[in-house]
Design a protein around this ligand. Structure first.
Ligand code: HEM
Length: 222
């Protein structure tokens, strides 16, 4: 994976602001990706969504096993929260969408690369926090709208979208605010170089998501 020149993080920014600003372009690209557009416009077949869920599975397995391994780490523990765990909800949704095919071997270079990067983030909790933020805060943000749109497009009546329901999190807005406060506390413990490295890892995480979407739109041209 190519990485651009290191991000210049304005020292007056809190870490949460630096992460959001530092990935704003990547976020826009993810929103505008062919796969996401097709999914949200109702042009993606159900098989395309199943393929997405199947790719998310190893990625969240890696996020959640790394979270467990880093549960006592002073940095990672500020954001790790089992209430966020998505692996069981992915399995619930896969059982709904594709009950017959869950044992197939997954052939996805994009998911394999993303999973490897998350596993490698165990070596530095700052990198892990970058991956944690990119997926879970995304799921608690745009993800909430995506779940509602899927429900409507596929006429699901609430079935098969457990992934977007954070039953144990409570109200999403205060949770996200508290999460950002924790990021800012982490930021206060890092050097400027470490903060820049963490923001760069957020960009890497977004690009890995983009690669996943690119793989899916090749498999399911819409
Ligand atoms: C069509 C797809 C998407 C839409 C419509 C969308 C929409 C949004 C919106 C409206 C917010 C702001 C919510 C708020 O401030 O409370 C947000 C935040 C966020 N999104 Fe997305 N998003 C999409 C895709 C993605 C993807 C693919 C990722 C990464 C995997 C992602 C990661 C994030 C993150 C990390 C935030 C939190 C930003 C922050 O406050 O620091 N989003 N998204």
């Amino acid at each position: 994976m190519t990485v651009d020149a290191p991000t210049i993080v304005a020292t007056e920014d809190t870490l949460s602001a630096a992460m959001k600003k530092g990935s704003a372009v990547e976020h826009e690209q993810a929103e505008g990706s062919t796969f996401m557009s097709a999914l949200l416009d109702g042009r993606m077949p159900a098989a395309g969504y199943v393929a997405y869920l199947r790719r998310l599975r190893p990625i969240y397995a890696a996020l959640e096993s790394t979270a467990a391994a880093l549960a006592d780490d002073p940095i990672a523990s500020k954001v790790v929260d089992p209430a966020l765990n998505r692996l069981a909800t992915i399995d619930t949704d896969l059982a709904h969408w594709a009950p017959e095919s869950t044992d197939d071997v997954l052939d996805s270079p994009a998911a394999a690369e993303y999973t490897a990067r998350v596993n490698a983030s165990a070596e530095w909790p700052g990198a892990f926090v970058a991956h944690h933020y990119t997926r879970y805060l995304g799921d608690l943000s745009g993800g909430q709208a995506i779940g509602r749109i899927l429900d409507r497009n596929f006429e699901l009546d609430g079935a098969g979208i457990a992934f977007y329901a954070f039953d144990e999190v409570g109200k999403v807005k205060p949770y996200k605010d508290a999460y950002r406060d924790q990021l800012d506390k982490i930021g206060e413990t890092l050097t400027a170089d470490e903060r820049a490295r963490l923001v760069d890892e957020v960009k890497v995480a977004f690009r890995l998501n983009q690669a996943l979407f690119a793989e899916l739109s090749q498999l399911f041209p819409s």
